[in-house]
Write a protein that binds this ligand. Sequence first.
Ligand SMILES: C[S@@+](CC[C@H](N)C(=O)[O-])C[C@H]1O[C@@H](n2cnc3c(N)ncnc32)[C@H](O)[C@@H]1O
Length: 203
Amino acid sequence: MLFISFFTKKLEMVSSPFPILNNLYRLYYKGMVKKEISLCGITDEDRVLCIGGGPFPCTAMEIAKKTGAQIEVIDYDPLAVKKAKKLINKMNLDKQISIKCAKGQELEVRDFSIIHVAFQAQPQKDILDSLLSKVNNGTKILMRSNVKELRTIFSCSKNHLRCTLLKDQEIKAQQNNACLSKRVTCLVEKIGKANELEMQRVV
Ligand SMILES: C[S@@+](CC[C@H](N)C(=O)[O-])C[C@H]1O[C@@H](n2cnc3c(N)ncnc32)[C@H](O)[C@@H]1O
């Protein structure tokens, strides 16, 4: 995970001055973001927070283009924030996407209806715990993770969860350990008190 995060960020740092490279990044992000958008039905009425946008916030740009929603992107690295701001300005998306420097686990999040957590945003458990203690019921949290990490995160609080749709991934993971590292996006929705959650689907 550390190597992937390091490599992805370096790559985004060098490509950030070149908006044209978004066409290349889209080859990777387009399909994944399309599934995530339909998973929680994002519309232009939503206010979306993307945690861990990086210097090239492809996920936020794709959600913005596809849904018309207002988006706030945060990253805790000031250099990534500076580069992302320049890129968003060059692409004339600054009215729809704002970029701020902040940590995902220390943010005020009540204003958002959808929260997207990037694969490299860490530590995921702290971020999720913090979000769940602050969001309103009905707020949808999309977490990009892998099966192993999700198991660890959710095993601590199984009694309070309905983990219905993780089943497929769990079965595959038991059959083949390689699946533990498979990337998935899960939708976590707070449906009641702080620890009453519904983990709906995995794409
Ligand atoms: C390299 S990006 C990859 C995301 C990709 N550009 C996208 O659009 O989905 C991941 C970023 O997450 C940031 N990050 C990691 N942990 C974070 C946290 N706890 N809070 C905010 N940003 C975080 C890193 O600084 C890094 O820039």
